[in-house]
Design a protein around this ligand. Structure first.
Ligand code: ZN
Length: 442
């Protein structure tokens, strides 16, 4: 452990020495690009006045946000102004196509373009224009989720039926079985902290991070999400875990990796250190939620779980460390993870529910009933899912489709499970550069 931190500190020192020696100086085209990027940030902050969820994080110049309000009613003047601003930025960007001299510049150009297109869509949505589900995901997240029929989910239910203890109703047996793996409330903190420390230690072996990076965990209630990372800038995050519903043992590693290492916290930290601090690209000081950046963020965060624990390493750590810490029986860990592996096939069920509910094909009650039948959810969880869909709409595709896009990109470029070095290199590359879903999926 000691050796690793010495290596990391040495790498960081080398980095900071280089930075001082070759201070990055932007050229003329870059200055023009920076001005568009600054206006993009102001546009996002402006849109955020009409939807409190839109600006997920902001750590840019304070004066850009100083006079802004929140929860303003959206009217025709706001629509006219925001649409005109978005269109003029898109035009300015198109006129600057010669900016794309290097790979990083091409990525930046494409990123800003797609982010602005999402802003344009968001402004139209605020004005009451609702697109069909797949068109909405294409416009906001630069991707379309594949469709699956009921038979696809039914075959997983049949597989679960074969391995779950007992007989009869599969949903009931699944939920009864899973209740044996709930982390007792008084053990939550210990289990989470242990999972976070392990995910951090593994991540740091592969990705050097700024010395002062840190994050704190808070336990909250009455939210539509399970957990949330609030990035504060200066390499700090606050992670909130919602304790409304029982938290199963597998969530410890899922959340530690997804929200923390090497997920959201690491992603935001790397963007800040590589693009904001080193290059002065201010568009990364704002994180607009309903944009392609979210697919990259959620996709890398979900794939991050497999990054820190490839193959059998996770089950080993669960059995040896987390199960005993939570007072659970490690003897049942294998079956539990087999069940979870099958349940992964339900990942796309949430997309179907959202697609049909938002397109108006199913009522709220029909969607809840479908989630109970084809994703074997309890009524409570299905209701939580609906309230998430009502708040965040087609955002649901970012988790599963996002992960598949990131996974495919990494594996097709040689980052397979038996080439961990390449895998981490590609993963770090995605986290440190301006990526778009369409760009990765190519
Ligand atoms: Zn997330």
């Amino acid at each position: 452990m000691k050796n690793i931190s010495v290596v990391i500190i040495t790498i960081m020192l080398l980095f900071s020495c280089n930075e001082k020696k070759d201070k990055y100086i932007p050229g003329d085209l870059e200055l023009k690009m920076n001005s568009i990027a600054d206006d993009y940030v102001k546009l996002v902050l402006n849109i955020g006045q009409y939807d409190p969820d839109f600006v997920d994080a902001y750590y840019g110049p304070k004066e850009w946000r100083e006079n802004l309000k929140s929860n303003l009613p959206f009217d025709s003047t706001a629509y006219k102004n925001l649409s005109a601003k978005t269109d003029s930025l898109l035009n300015e960007l198109e006129l600057l196509s010669e900016y794309k001299a290097t790979e990083l510049e091409t990525l930046r150009f494409r990123y800003l373009y797609k982010q602005l297109l999402a802003c344009k869509t968001k402004v139209a949505m605020l004005n009451g224009i609702m697109l069909p589900f797949d068109e909405e995901t294409k416009a906001l997240y630069d991707a379309t989720a594949p469709a699956h029929n009921n038979e696809f989910f039914q075959s997983t239910i049949n597989d679960l039926d074969k391995i779950l203890p007992g007989k009869g109703d599969v949903a009931k047996r699944l939920n009864d079985f899973k209740m044996k793996f709930v982390i007792p409330t008084d053990k939550l903190k210990d289990v989470f902290n242990t999972a976070i420390n392990e995910c951090r230690a593994i991540t740091l072996k592969h990705i050097p991070l700024p010395e002062n990076e840190s994050f704190t965990v808070e336990y909250v209630k009455n939210k539509s999400w399970g957990a949330y990372n609030w990035y504060k800038g200066n390499f700090r995050s606050v992670i909130q875990v919602n304790t409304d519903l029982p938290i199963f043992i597998d969530r410890a590693i899922d959340l530690a990796a997804h929200e923390g290492y090497p997920g959201h916290h690491v992603y935001n930290t790397l963007l800040e250190s590589n693009l904001v601090d080193k290059r002065g690209w201010k568009e990364f000081t704002v994180y607009a939620l309903f944009t392609p950046q979210s697919l990259i963020a959620e996709g890398t965060a979900n794939y991050g779980i497999d990054m820190v624990f490839p193959g059998d390493e996770r089950i080993k750590f669960e059995k040896e460390v987390l199960f005993p810490l939570a007072g659970l029986n490690p003897g049942e860990a294998d079956l539990y993870y087999k069940v979870l592996e099958l349940q992964k096939k339900f990942n796309y069920a949430g997309n179907e529910a959202a697609r049909n509910y938002l397109n108006g094909n199913w009522t709220r009650e029909q969607t809840i009933a479908w989630l109970q039948k084809y994703e074997l959810q309890t009524k409570e969880r299905a209701e939580k899912n609906i309230s998430f869909i009502e708040t965040y709409r087609s955002y649901v595709i970012n988790y599963n489709l996002g992960m598949d896009i990131v996974k495919n990109y990494i594996e097709h470029n040689g980052g397979t499970e038996n080439n961990q070095e390449k895998r981490w290199e590609l993963f770090q590359y995605i986290l440190s550069t301006p990526q778009t879903p369409g760009g990765l999926a190519k």
